[in-house]
Design a protein around this ligand. Sequence first.
Ligand SMILES: Cc1cc2nc3c(=O)[nH]c(=O)nc-3n(C[C@H](O)[C@H](O)[C@H](O)COP(=O)(O)OP(=O)(O)OC[C@H]3O[C@@H](n4cnc5c(N)ncnc54)[C@H](O)[C@@H]3O)c2cc1C
Length: 343
Amino acid sequence: MERILYLTHTEADGGLSKVALETLTSAVELSRQLSGSTLRLALWGGAIQTAADAVAGCGAEETLGVTGEEFADSRYASDAAAAEALVRAADATFVIAPASARLARTLPGVALRVGGRIDSHVVGMGAAGEGVQIQRWYYRQRMLATMTRSQRPWFVLVDPGLFETWNGEAGSATPRLVEVDLPTPYDRTRVVGIEAAKSQAQTIRPDADLLFVAGAGWTKKQADGQTHVKDAEELILGFLDSAQASLGGSKSMVEQSAEGEDVLSFMSHLNQVGQTGSTPRHAKGLATCCHGEEPHVVGWRFIHERRAINTDPNCGWAQSKADVLYVADAFALTAKVNELLRG
Ligand SMILES: Cc1cc2nc3c(=O)[nH]c(=O)nc-3n(C[C@H](O)[C@H](O)[C@H](O)COP(=O)(O)OP(=O)(O)OC[C@H]3O[C@@H](n4cnc5c(N)ncnc54)[C@H](O)[C@@H]3O)c2cc1C
């Protein structure tokens, strides 16, 4: 019989992040599928009551908590101590946590401390007889493995964008507070502020509904024989701002700065989508001035609806890779869309 523990930290406002709420859905679904299992919640942070109340209707037997100023910030020593205390107090056999940066950094060490095992980037979970099986991708999202483990406790970090955000009834929870044995000193690391990775524009938004990919065509000579990089920057930033979309780039685009060509100032290797880039998860994707070659398109595996704009009707997107291909000038089309969005 699995004793399932849903484990997460709270955010600065005392609530839960989107990925934490998605992961709660996966934990609730698993506990319903797994006969004889129990589900507990464990929260830690500077404040936990708002979060505990918000998810009080999820059907968990009990909510455990660790709270206090020393647990507000992301810090390995205090996070690991809190998570370890909660896992031990719940006597958990299966620990489900969202893949936030904070948990991804902390939980592997916690699993080691309690003699467990951990799997990261988990994309699916289900009952297998009386046990659990999980799914994760290997070899850059090419092979999907279904796995089980006998070692307990078994920790899983669930990737974002896979489950519906939990939106059940709120209520009034009374968390059982758990004592934490903090190491001395526990606060050699202090958070003094948060600085965004980008100085000019925050362009990577994992929670956005839409991925906007800019290919190298934006910086190439256009019909008038000139490049229009400044216009491209304005159009792309205007679109991202209005649509709150996330920005991806092709390899050719992100590598241009290294090759000394005119570049989009806000584009970096972090934006690269594809075989040697990222594989983001968004409901929709729009590729602009991007040829749609296979090493790029493999990064679109988890984009549900794909559209592309290209002046070339024979570009890669036309070869069954996009649901819709607009054969058009992306400069003119993006300008028109921006005008409509502003309106
Ligand atoms: C081992 C390996 C790994 C790779 N990994 C990746 C990866 O991770 N990600 C990746 O992206 N690539 C990767 N590549 C490179 C990939 O094969 C392509 O070279 C790259 O994706 C091409 O980028 P692009 O489509 O932006 O540029 P281009 O091929 O130069 O295409 C530009 C496009 O813009 C269009 N265009 C120009 N002007 C306009 C306009 N005004 N309106 C509309 N369309 C216009 C053109 O018609 C053209 O189709 C990899 C290659 C290899 C060999």
